[in-house]
Design a protein around this ligand. Structure first.
Ligand code: ZN
Length: 180
């Protein structure tokens, strides 16, 4: 919960107001699609009340998000430097967030929590491929992951057995372990 991001839209004076806050990993951890190990992000949220029912929001996020490298699983620091601007209009009775540039919120809302907007702004700016540069992966981890891949291929001695039984020798070993 970040109180600074809760905008009192009914009582906000006309004009431009800026709030600043710092976000850590606890802010992002509600998202299961993307593992955020650590976060150190400064947010500036600028709100301009243009009329009784129209607002302009500017979200600016800068900092670092640490996630897992897809290749070596070690920490991967991703720089965050993203801005998002949108208009907000209060009307009707239903929330409509289908438009990227115009958010419609019900007329009777007294408060608009910008936290989900900020969260999406940061997470949507993350690259699809999340890997260290080619030679910057942890070599120990790569070796470890590599050796697991090699173990997964039965070596020559096992080939005979697995052909006759049709069972992967590793599953057989697991079964024996379970039966004990
Ligand atoms: Zn890596």
């Amino acid at each position: 919960m970040v109180d600074a991001l809760k905008l009192k839209i009914k009582t906000l004076p006309f004009g431009t107001h800026a709030v600043e806050c710092h976000l850590d990993e606890s802010f992002f951890n509600t998202d299961e699609q993307f593992e955020v190990r650590r976060a150190d992000v400064d947010v500036t949220l600028t709100v301009t009340r243009k009329s009784e029912s129209t607002f302009r929001l500017e979200i600016s996020c800068k900092g670092t998000v640490t996630t897992a490298c897809d290749r070596c699983l070690e920490d991967l620091d991703l720089p965050v430097d993203v801005d998002y601007r949108l208009n907000v209009e209060q009307m009707g009775t239903e929330l409509d967030d289908s438009n990227d540039e115009l958010l419609i919120v019900p007329s009777d809302w007294r408060e608009l929590d910008a936290a989900p907007l900020v969260r999406d702004t940061v997470l949507l700016a993350m690259p699809m491929t999340r890997c260290h540069e080619d030679d910057e992966c942890n070599p120990v981890m790569l070796d470890l992951l590599d050796s697991h891949c090699v173990e997964a291929v039965p070596d020559d001695d096992d080939t005979q057995e697995s052909e006759t039984t049709g069972t992967d020798p590793r599953w057989e070993a697991l079964k024996k372990l379970k039966e004990q």
